[in-house]
Design a protein around this ligand. Structure first.
Ligand code: SF4
Length: 274
């Protein structure tokens, strides 16, 4: 069900674009990290991860979605001209930020030349410029910019997770790919749930993925299912009865931020409410 494979780009075993440190957790996978190549293996390996670092390592070598594996690696080999001198991550992107953070931010998927290059969610693309500036204003990020893996950025009190961990063509994962990747989010939620206070969902796919994950974990979700919208809120309850806020936010994609559909003030207001 799970097998170990050499790194398909370099031939090494899963190297990182930069050494650990400077706000970058480094490449947590090793030759002993099991590789999921089927949806069943994703479920088994996600459920058996012993801690957040073990989970991140397993995610970072997953190969369960053939279309996305081919895409993420071909992009990492071809590169964008502006980044031709940089190594690309070219792999699934684990969560970023402390595992005990009270705020979870659930996005869609890595950008082809953003997180697929840097290995860190929303780093190195226009969406990240908008998001990290807001997180910095709110005291949740150490700096307003996130450009590359070793740029020194750290998160405090917030953890950023993608619903789908591999960069998809046209930013559109298929339904099957979303379903295949879901157990990784379930496992991240399991490690975060003792401390989580709010879950901010960037866009409808993040909203739906978060609701599916909390349902899998046995949380109580209002019925009918809460509808996504910017500023929409719902109160979830963990199995031990603790209330957690689910908060919707328009995605920080350029098609929202360049058109004014999502302004800095709108994003600041949602973050301040978490
Ligand atoms: Fe694995 Fe998720 Fe990437 Fe599919 S999208 S290959 S399940 S990490």
């Amino acid at each position: 069900m799970a097998q170990q494979l050499p790194h398909p780009i370099t031939g090494d075993l899963f190297p990182s674009p930069v050494p650990p440190g400077a706000g970058w957790p480094g490449d947590l996978a090793s030759a002993a990290t099991p590789v999921a190549t089927t949806s069943a293996a994703v479920g088994a390996l996600a459920a058996s991860a012993v801690d957040p670092d073990d989970l991140a390592a397993r995610i970072s070598v997953c190969r369960a979605c053939p279309r996305l594996v081919e895409w993420r690696e071909s992009v990492a080999v071809a590169k964008r001209a502006a980044y031709a001198d940089q190594p690309y991550w070219g792999r699934p992107v684990p969560a970023a930020g402390p595992a005990d953070a009270p705020i979870l931010i659930v996005g869609l998927a890595p950008a082809a030349h953003g997180a697929n290059r840097t290995g860190r969610n929303f780093t190195g693309d226009r969406s990240g410029d908008f998001l990290y500036a807001a997180l910095h204003r709110a005291g949740l990020a150490s700096q307003p910019t996130a450009t590359h893996a070793g740029d020194g950025l750290t998160l405090q009190g917030a953890r950023i997770i993608a619903a789908v961990r591999c960069a998809p063509p046209q930013n559109k994962p298929t339904t099957l790919e979303r379903q295949t990747c879901a157990p990784w989010l379930d496992a991240d939620l399991a490690f975060s749930s003792p401390r989580v206070r709010s879950i901010m969902c960037l866009g409808l796919i993040g909203w739906d993925a978060a609701i599916a994950a909390v349902r899998h974990a046995g949380w109580t979700v209002p019925r009918p299912k809460p509808r996504f919208g910017h500023g929409m809120r719902a109160t979830l309850h963990t199995p031990d009865g603790r209330a957690v806020s689910l908060v919707g936010c328009y995605h920080v994609s350029q098609q929202n931020t360049f058109t004014g559909r999502l302004t800095e003030q709108m994003l600041d207001e949602v973050i301040a409410s978490l």
